[in-house]
Write a new protein. Structure first.
Length: 367
């Protein structure tokens, strides 16, 4: 199969999410193609994936349609992994490929931050937006068609935001106007919402000895992708929803599930807990989380997304999943950037809508 997808981000989430969906689709004969992963910082994961020939395992644990699921899937959608710092020439070579069709990315909520040291001549640039700009510029110079850009960062209207950042940089660097027009119009930019709890490498598993890239996740998955008129759908998969508007999916998932995680993490760690399940099963903490979700977050989402109250109930059950150990330290990574997206908007909207302060949100946000 040809290499058709360039993915920025080598972390566990995409490997147990979109990369696994591509594997499923390829197995079903959709011939999506192979994925080339680029690790932007360092090269450890890229090296490990290279040793494995791009093949790794995903353990799915939890409840699916009321039945216990505990299965291992082998993912073979990745052809190779590159370290941007040492293999940038190979990244640019792929950018020129006529087979390349899609860009995937997951660089966390802070991944769109720029680096003042970046210039049009850096090889590679330091920031993700500048790296993507360099890839698109290389492709344009090679006379190749535009690409489908599918960012998976938890940012509202993530593709539109990313495009605006790239256009801004391109103008600041005085890049060719024809290239900027090509990037804006010929490439298709798809807002997304991703939802699956992925817990990463377990402390113990029989496969760890042969596969250090093994990841563990829940069976539940939802990948909402905003359609662009005239652009063919990239993939057909039970977890993928193609929609005219991703925003309702974004609001519901980021404010409730991610907001619940980030809202409770400090309180849970202060009580000595290390994983989500134990924290939520604590009577006091569990009640606090329910109050946060049902009295402060759900009320501001009513009418803006589908059944936020029902979704909050599902989220609490997912947090209690007895089969996966979701570490609080993972949730705490980039906490200050995360709360800007997950919690602060809910706090501000609550005050605006009800004219009173949200006690639980204030407790975790006001210092």
């Amino acid at each position: 199969m040809n290499e058709t997808v360039l993915q920025f981000g080598s972390g566990k989430f995409l490997r147990a999410f979109a990369d696994l969906f591509v594997h499923h689709a390829n197995q079903q004969g959709q011939n999506i193609g192979k994925i080339v992963i680029v690790q932007s910082t360092g090269g450890e994961r890229a090296n490990e994936l290279a040793k494995l020939g791009g093949k790794y395992h995903v353990v799915l644990r939890g409840l699916e349609n009321g039945k216990v699921v505990d299965r291992v899937e082998t993912c073979e959608s990745v052809s190779r992994a590159l370290a941007a710092n040492t293999q940038w020439d190979q990244v640019l070579e792929l950018a020129r490929s006529p087979h390349l069709k899609t860009i995937l990315s997951n660089t966390t909520e802070s991944g769109y931050d720029l680096n003042a040291a970046d210039t049009a001549n850096c090889a590679p640039p330091k920031s993700f937006p500048a790296k993507l700009l360099a890839v698109l510029r290389e492709r344009f110079k090679a006379g190749q068609p535009g690409l489908m850009i599918i960012p998976c960062e938890l940012r509202e209207n993530n593709a539109e935001l990313l495009r605006s950042i790239l256009v801004k940089i391109a103008h600041e660097w005085k890049l060719d106007a024809a290239f900027i027009a090509w990037m804006e119009k010929t490439c298709s930019w798809h807002n997304t919402l991703v939802d699956r709890i992925v817990t990463g490498t377990p402390d113990q598993h029989p496969l760890l000895a042969q596969d250090p890239m093994l990841a563990v996740c829940e069976p539940y998955a939802l990948f909402a992708i905003q359609e662009v008129p005239g652009v063919k759908r990239w993939i057909d998969h039970p977890a993928v929803i193609w929609t005219n508007d991703v925003l309702p999916f974004f609001l519901r998932k980021v404010r409730i599930l991610n907001g619940g995680h980030s809202g409770m993490v400090h309180k849970a760690m202060a009580k000595g807990y290390t994983i989500v399940r134990d924290s939520v099963n604590d009577k006091e903490l569990g009640a606090w989380l329910e109050k946060l979700l049902y009295t402060e977050i759900v009320p501001i989402l009513e009418g803006r997304c589908d059944d936020p109250k029902g979704f909050a109930g599902q989220v609490i059950e997912r947090f209690k999943n007895p089969f996966i150990d979701h570490k609080l330290t993972d949730i705490l990574v980039n906490h200050e950037n995360k709360i800007k997206v997950r919690l602060i908007p809910s706090q501000e909207e609550f005050v605006k809508k009800f004219g009173t302060r949200p006690a639980n949100l204030d407790e975790v946000l006001i210092k």
